[in-house]
Design a binder for this molecule. Structure first.
Ligand SMILES: NC(=O)c1ccc[n+]([C@@H]2O[C@H](COP(=O)([O-])OP(=O)(O)OC[C@H]3O[C@@H](n4cnc5c(N)ncnc54)[C@H](O)[C@@H]3O)[C@@H](O)[C@H]2O)c1
Length: 335
């Protein structure tokens, strides 16, 4: 007997419909593939922003586009008045990147990160959206909301982002909370700590380092390389979304709604040690050039992991050396 068809699932009441915003991006496309594999019907929204090549995003979505349970809406959330009635919203659409968020570019960050989030939340809070069956609204936030705080970073710390990007992600977190508080939109915010792996955005460090080191090209380290990051493998970040959507309320009480959770890989290492690990994974020696520290970069990130473990039953599984090995194998495969 094969998997139930869409109609059979709809008739049995087990049809699970998900909206993934930012579905053509690094994390959104990987989550889309995972949900489809799990039998969800997925509607994806993406505006194919020009932050990086459209071609890469089309490659990200290539498998999903062949799947009968996937529908793509190419549109800008800020311009939309109506969103699909779904069981779960996974809101990943955003203008990512810390370093590009200064100056006039901040307009794009306020638009894609703050206004887009408000549009979605408001729809599911009021009008036709409020009568939909939404079970969870999972928002992709960022460790950038913390700033330079004492380590490890835990969810109750005072938040002092040091980049305009971090400010925009924090504003959207606040929107999630207030739409939960005022309208009961069942939000959960996930603060990712540097996600890496297949499809990673071209502006991100590990992607640039792995490709340059493989090719024998020089890499640039900003600062002295002693800064540390808690790296999270893509499959773990995707699993956190599924856990946040499906986690049962604790003791009959939805304790996690309106709340934020760190999603960190438990792989805190310095940039210098990361380069050494990439040298190990590629079998090549890095040619390193040093440049001034970049404004908006924090010195360290390190996730306190207990809240996600207790509240969502989630913890990271993939260690950095294994994650790098998988990522290099994916790039070696010609992708
Ligand atoms: N990658 C990381 O390490 C990391 C870390 C912390 C937080 N995050 C967050 O995770 C989410 C996904 O990040 P990513 O690395 O996959 O980024 P990405 O740039 O690969 O994907 C984001 C997608 O959102 C789309 N988008 C942006 N604004 C839109 C709008 N107004 N309407 C429709 N689509 C829109 C873009 O076209 C893009 O395809 C983002 O919210 C980001 O802030 C990522």
């Amino acid at each position: 007997m094969g998997a139930p068809t869409k109609r059979e699932r709809a008739e049995s009441g087990n049809s699970q419909k998900a909206l993934v915003t930012g579905c053509a991006g690094f994390i959104g496309s990987t989550l889309t593939d995972r949900l489809l594999a799990d039998g969800f019907e997925v509607i994806g929204i993406d505006r194919f922003s020009d932050y990086y090549d459209r071609e890469l995003k089309e490659e990200n979505l290539a498998a999903a586009m062949q799947h009968p349970e996937f529908t793509l809406i190419e549109a800008d959330i800020v311009e939309m008045d109506c969103f699909p009635a779904v069981d779960y919203v996974f809101h990943l659409a955003a203008q990512a990147g810390v370093r590009a968020s200064w100056g006039r570019s901040f307009d794009i960050y306020t638009r894609d990160n703050i206004q887009a989030t408000q549009r979605l939340l408001d729809f599911y809070a009021t009008d036709v959206g409020a009568s939909s069956k939404l079970k969870r609204f999972v928002y992709s936030s960022s460790s950038s909301v913390y700033g330079d705080v004492p380590l490890p970073m835990h969810e109750e710390l005072m938040l002092q982002p040091v980049s305009p990007y971090g400010v925009s992600k924090l504003a959207a977190e606040h929107l999630c909370y207030l739409y939960w508080k005022n309208y009961g939109v069942p939000t959960v915010s996930l603060r990712y700590f540097t996600v890496y792996g297949p499809r990673q955005r071209p502006d991100m460090g590990i992607n640039k380092f792995v490709r340059a080191i493989r090719a024998g090209d020089p890499i640039t380290i900003y600062g002295d390389g002693s800064q540390t990051r808690d790296f999270t493998y893509i499959d773990d970040a995707v699993e956190a979304n599924v856990a946040a959507a499906l986690a049962a309320p604790l003791s009959g009480k939805p304790a996690f709604l309106g709340e934020t959770f760190n999603i960190g890989g438990g792989n805190r290492i310095s940039v210098r040690d990361l380069i050494a690990a990439i040298e190990g994974a590629t079998g090549k020696t890095a040619r390193i050039e040093y440049a001034d520290e970049q404004k908006g970069d924090v010195q360290d990130t390190w996730a306190a992991a207990a809240k996600a473990e207790q509240g969502l039953g989630w913890s990271a599984k993939v260690r950095i050396h294994e994650g790098l090995r998988r990522y290099v194998a994916w790039i070696d495969g010609g992708l």
